[in-house]
Write a protein that binds this ligand. Structure first.
Ligand SMILES: Nc1nc2c(ncn2[C@@H]2O[C@H](COP(=O)(O)OP(=O)(O)OP(=O)(O)O)[C@@H](O)[C@H]2O)c(=O)[nH]1
Length: 212
């Protein structure tokens, strides 16, 4: 079957247990939300295709377990990502404080071109807010990351944040992709020309026709 996309990127989600990584991913890929918390075991992934600047981008989004005991498993995935989403819960100050630990761990192992954004989730829970928007912005700025506040429950900024990290990855890999698409175009042009022009085989068949 023909491929339905031009490029495939791998994104990873990191953050403490319960911040809402699985919920964000389910909201984005399946338009669903569940209020129960079933902790991710190890890693899980979901796929989605986005169109950005005319390019069909297939994203494979890996949802990692926030629980400490799965760290050995999740660490094996750090190297394989082109984009990373760090998530904290705006109603949980310690999940925000631990972002620096997640960033430190990931930076040690991930490739240099990896694109990263910071997300503060659960904005629908306004009365329970422990981390201000300003604090989130400042931390993101200090890491040179884009920043979003989201709600998987109210479906706020979910598509925007996944799309933004994908855009950043696409930009970072644009020249590679242009080269690839360029050489594919060249190849297809060459094949088309070869099919159009009379090759040695067709010349000889023409002669044979004439001789008759
Ligand atoms: N109010 C509110 N609750 C949310 C939101 N996102 C997730 N939750 C709830 O928070 C709890 C944890 O969500 P999960 O998506 O399972 O969290 P996780 O980060 O994947 O957790 P681990 O798999 O343990 O790492 C669940 O009860 C969700 O329903 C949100 O935007 N608003």
């Amino acid at each position: 079957m023909a491929k339905q996309y031009d490029v495939l990127f791998r994104l990873l989600m990191f953050g403490d247990s319960g911040v809402g990584k699985t919920s964000m991913l389910r909201r984005f890929t399946e338009s669903e939300f569940e209020s129960s918390h079933i902790s991710t075991i190890g890693v899980d992934f979901k796929m989605k295709t986005l169109e950005i600047d005319g390019v069909q981008v297939r994203v494979q989004i890996w949802d990692t377990a926030g629980q400490e005991r799965y760290q050995t498993i999740t660490k094996q995935y750090y190297r394989r990502a082109q984009g990373i989403i760090f998530v904290y819960d705006i109603t949980n100050a310690s999940s925000f404080q631990r972002i620096s630990k997640w960033v430190g761990d990931v930076d040690e192992f991930s490739p240099h071109r990896v694109q990263r954004i910071l997300v503060g989730n659960k904005t629908d829970e306004k009365p329970n807010r422990q981390v201000s928007q300003e604090q989130g912005k400042t931390l993101a700025k200090s890491y040179g990351m884009d920043f979003f506040e989201t709600s998987a429950s109210a479906n706020t900024n979910i598509t925007e944040s996944f799309t933004r990290v994908t855009e950043l990855v696409l930009q970072a890999h644009k020249s590679d992709i242009d080269n690839l698409i360029g050489s594919l175009d060249e190849y297809l042009d060459r094949v088309a020309l070869e099919e159009e022009s009379p090759g040695p085989q067709s010349e000889s068949s023409a002669q044979r026709t004439c001789a008759c």
